[in-house]
Write a protein that binds this ligand. Structure first.
Ligand code: PLP
Length: 425
């Protein structure tokens, strides 16, 4: 195969003409496909159908006798705390089970820090002249939206193979009192698929931070979303923080959104006793209690941790072929051409693709003009600004295989087309 760089101008022109012809063929098909949504497909949702009717009419009491139909129990029911504390590897009294969205928990915690401050804040963040957050990028756009909404300045941190660039993280956290925390998706990261190494976890837990109320927002959304039978191992951050003498440094978030139903899963937050006791009092002002009936339903449905693991294997059986297809088409269309690199994730919901610098926006505009919607270019970076305009987040789970095939073939073509245009200039 001849690489673009090795072609002379007439060869490039001829190649370009043939790519344009292929592109026009795609356009004539009037596709209307969407590969931007990182959501479960209907077959995945069907796996949890049993959650709807797993409670009998007289099954409404939790293990401690609480009537789950009524108000109360801000920290969640004991059996849900017990079950999900195993998933998050914390003790049951270090976890709060909330409503349906972990993003809400993150948003509200950040808002509380801004309005009132955290347990060890001398001043509410909103009263400080400047508050900054470290944002490993590419990352999750909704984390960035929370920071932007609350006026928190984001500092993008590049990724290395095993997590964020820790030299830079340590340097910024140690030097600047206005750096109040870091957003992390530590396992099967959105979108890079990276799982942080033990060394990265230890460094985050132990590094000196100039802000006494520095916090790690540890969004472990994909902790049980394996695509293979050899799950990635992530070190236990809460224990690492305790060992390092920083027990209150971390808040861990998770949910069953992409395990059961995204609109009605269970969200949870785990942290030290100091943090969870403080948070319970805060949440108590906001609500008289979470949806405990849903907590009971989820516990009855899964029964135990083995039940959750078994359920996740069924998810993997549905979505792994979709990830495989995307990777196959990328390899077939772009392999060896030096026009793009892409992740080969072992879990999570995304494939992260990098085009040549300066191409991502144009590629996405081209796929869009031929009827395939992708996540907007730049969305994976703070303020929507990808400094190299090269990252594209692919979400393979929702479309059926046949649609995924068409969308990916078009994407591979558009990457070659835009790269050739660039080379011709
Ligand atoms: N965190 C990450 C990293 C995600 O990718 C998502 C959804 O895509 C969420 C959180 C949303 O979680 P929830 O549905 O619990 O609000």
């Amino acid at each position: 195969m001849t690489k673009l760089k090795e072609m002379n101008n007439p060869e490039l022109q001829e190649h370009y003409t043939s790519l344009v012809r292929n592109y026009e063929t795609f356009q004539s098909q009037k596709l209307a496909l969407n590969m931007s949504r990182g959501v479960p497909c209907p077959e995945q949702l069907d796996l949890s159908a049993g959650i709807i009717d797993c409670l009998q009419v007289n099954d409404y009491k939790s293990a401690n006798g609480t009537d789950c139909r009524n108000y109360g129990g801000v920290e969640g029911i004991p059996e849900a705390r017990e079950l999900f504390s195993q998933v998050l590897e914390v003790s049951p009294n270090e976890i709060i089970i909330g409503g349906n969205s972990s993003l809400t928990l993150m948003h509200d915690l950040m808002a509380r820090a801004v309005l009132r401050g955290l347990p060890d804040s001398a001043t509410p963040w909103g009263k400080l002249p400047q508050v900054k957050f470290l944002c490993p990028s590419p990352g999750y756009d909704r984390h960035f939206a929370i920071c932007e909404y609350l006026g928190i300045e984001m500092i993008p941190i590049p990724y290395r193979e095993n997590g964020p660039d820790m030299d830079l993280v340590e340097q910024l956290a140690a030097a600047d009192e206005s750096v109040k925390g870091i957003f992390c998706v530590p396992k099967y990261s959105n979108p890079t698929g990276i799982t942080y190494s033990d060394a990265v976890v230890e460094r985050l837990a132990a590094m000196p931070a100039k802000a006494a109320d520095f916090r790690i927002f540890w969004d472990n959304a994909y902790t049980i979303h394996h695509l293979t039978d050899k799950p990635a191992q992530l070190a236990d951050i809460l224990t690492a923080c305790k060992k390092a003498g920083n027990p209150d440094r971390v808040f861990i978030f998770c949910s069953t959104s992409k395990v059961t139903f995204p609109g009605s899963g269970l969200a949870m937050v785990a942290a030290s006793g100091t943090n969870t006791n403080w948070l319970k009092k805060q949440i108590n002002i906001q609500t008289i209690g979470p949806d405990k009936m849903n907590q009971l339903r989820q516990v009855r449905f899964f029964k135990d941790q083995a039940g959750i693991e078994d359920h996740m294997r069924k998810h993997a059986a549905i979505i792994k072929p979709k990830f495989d297809l995307v990777l196959e088409i990328l390899e077939a269309g772009l392999g060896g051409k030096e026009l793009a690199t892409w992740s080969k994730p072992q879990g999570g919901y995304f494939i992260s693709l990098d085009t040549l610098p300066g191409c991502a926006k144009k590629v996405i505009a081209k796929t869009s003009s031929a009827g395939v919607a992708l996540t907007p270019a730049g969305a994976t970076f703070p303020y929507g600004k990808d400094p190299e305009d090269k990252n594209i987040r692919l979400a393979p789970t929702f479309p059926p295989l046949a649609e995924l095939k068409q969308a990916m073939e078009l994407l591979a073509l558009c990457i070659e087309l835009v790269s050739t245009e660039q080379e011709l200039k």
